[in-house]
Design a protein around this ligand. Structure first.
Ligand SMILES: NC(=O)c1ccc[n+]([C@@H]2O[C@H](COP(=O)([O-])OP(=O)(O)OC[C@H]3O[C@@H](n4cnc5c(N)ncnc54)[C@H](O)[C@@H]3O)[C@@H](O)[C@H]2O)c1
Length: 427
């Protein structure tokens, strides 16, 4: 007999949870959404109508949901970073399995508290490391597992965060101020990159880390003399500043919608006038140089592994174009790739060849797909298999698999705060 669909409740119905939940509309035989918990009544209504269940299964918070008897196999937890642990614990104690957004905790103490609960209740918890499910990173993992470059000696990852992404999310937006969001730039932006590094290193675990970085770009001292405080209210530079809210948001109303136009979510077809009005008072309309941002805009991390192998990750905010690059050098060959372009170069040692190596170009640029090149959908499908106890992919990231990447980040930030001192990692 065919398996019944895994039943799941959405907790925190933001754009991330909905990206995973949409899988159930395409594959109703695999996943069924049967309830929602969110502080926002409008979001509750939107979810119940979309997935066809009654008000009885709508709850005002994760805590309210935890008060009623368990009525589904799993929870898709898409609350914000700093809410992951507090919203997850009561539901895990209740016996729910969970697809949980990254970062699953915002500091070492939280991480340990959550792991203890998961161990005690034996819940199946998978973390949304969507990059592992993209054709690009899956291919690199496959080639390393096949032994094509030998034993990894060094990994170099770089993430160029575009100036418009940096300004929207990390200077004006939700992850700009560590006191408000409780995360660092490395945790919010590079959780995937460090996870990829740990995943590719396999059984070779990190033993120490050091890191440096700073906030050097968007400070009041760097503001042009004549700049105002709000782009659309009092700034004479509104039509030519590269960070003008008019040029970044009003002129591109279909970009960054889930962040910049969040407060117009309930409005069916917002007009330009409504958008303009919102920017006169929302965080996204502030002068980029006069926000309350305190996180770094660039950071470098150096990781030492047990075998003696090394890894570096450079996050650089402010580039014209977003780009992730990776180079993995092994004892027999090397891999180089540019994620956004979908091209990987594999070079293998070969003295019989001209220039002493052979080269293969792996072109994955033809693979497209919504949501991280189809990664969101593959991840959700893998969660269904994982929850059912069926065979799942090599990309599958249980909460235990996600610990090394999280710990490296927490300790890298500790090192950065101590001026780059080497910090030892206990896994
Ligand atoms: N995997 C990825 O590639 C990726 C990409 C972007 C964001 N994220 C992560 O996804 C998460 C969600 O981001 P988002 O932008 O979708 O968030 P969001 O702010 O749009 O949604 C969060 C929702 O949680 C609800 N909520 C808050 N407290 C709650 C509680 N106690 N009980 C129930 N609901 C509660 C809020 O009302 C809100 O609707 C974040 O942790 C973010 O870092 C992951």
């Amino acid at each position: 007999m065919a398996n019944k669909p895994v039943t799941a409740i959405i907790v925190g119905a933001g754009h991330r949870a909905m990206a995973y939940a949409d899988f159930s509309l395409k594959y109703p035989e695999k996943l069924k959404i049967v309830g929602v918990a969110d502080l926002d009544k409008h979001r509750q209504k939107m979810v119940s109508e979309k997935f066809g269940f009654s008000e009885e299964f709508c709850f005002d918070s994760a805590e309210e949901l935890a008060k009623v008897p368990k009525f589904a196999d799993a929870v898709i937890n898409g609350t914000m970073d700093e809410q992951h642990v507090e919203t997850s614990i009561p539901l895990l104690e209740k016996g729910y399995d969970m697809l949980l957004e990254k970062p699953f905790a915002v500091n070492v103490e939280e991480l340990e508290r959550l792991i203890e609960v998961v161990k005690r209740n034996n819940n199946k918890v998978m973390i949304c490391h969507v990059l592992r499910y993209t054709p690009f990173y899956s291919e690199i993992k496959k080639r390393i597992l096949n032994g094509e470059i030998g034993k990894v000696v060094n990994i170099q990852t770089i993430e160029n965060v575009s100036y418009h992404h940096l300004s929207t999310s990390f200077v004006r937006g939700k992850w700009a101020n560590s006191e408000k969001c409780h995360t660092t730039m490395l945790l919010a932006k590079c959780c995937h990159d460090l996870d990829i590094m740990m995943w590719l290193m396999g059984e070779d675990k990190p033993v120490s880390v050091s890191s440096v970085g700073s906030k050097m770009q968007f400070t009041p001292e760097n503001a042009p003399k004549e700049s105002g405080t709000r782009c659309l209210v009092d700034c004479p530079r509104v039509d030519f500043c590269d960070f003008s809210a008019k040029r970044l948001y009003l002129d591109h109303p279909n970009e960054w919608t889930v962040y910049v136009w969040r407060d117009l979510e309930d409005v069916e077809n917002p007009t330009d006038e409504q958008r303009r009005e919102l920017l006169t008072h929302s965080d996204y309309g502030r002068c980029i140089f006069k926000c309350d941002n305190d996180i770094v805009d660039h950071q470098s991390v150096l990781v030492n592994f047990k075998s003696g192998a090394t890894g570096t990750h450079n996050m650089v905010g402010g580039s014209p174009e977003p780009l992730r690059t990776i180079r993995v050098i092994g004892t027999k060959g090397e891999i180089y790739g540019e994620f956004e372009k979908g091209i990987i170069e594999l070079r293998k040692q070969n003295p019989a060849k001209e220039r002493y190596f052979e080269k293969e170009i792996i072109d994955l640029s033809y693979i497209s797909g919504e949501g991280h090149s189809g990664g969101d959908e593959r991840l959700t499908e893998d969660f269904v298999n994982f929850q059912r106890g069926e065979s799942h992919s090599v990309s599958c990231t249980s909460i235990y698999d996600s610990v090394p990447g999280h710990k490296v980040i927490f300790l890298a930030d500790k090192s950065r705060e101590q001026g780059g001192e080497l910090v030892h990692i206990n896994l």
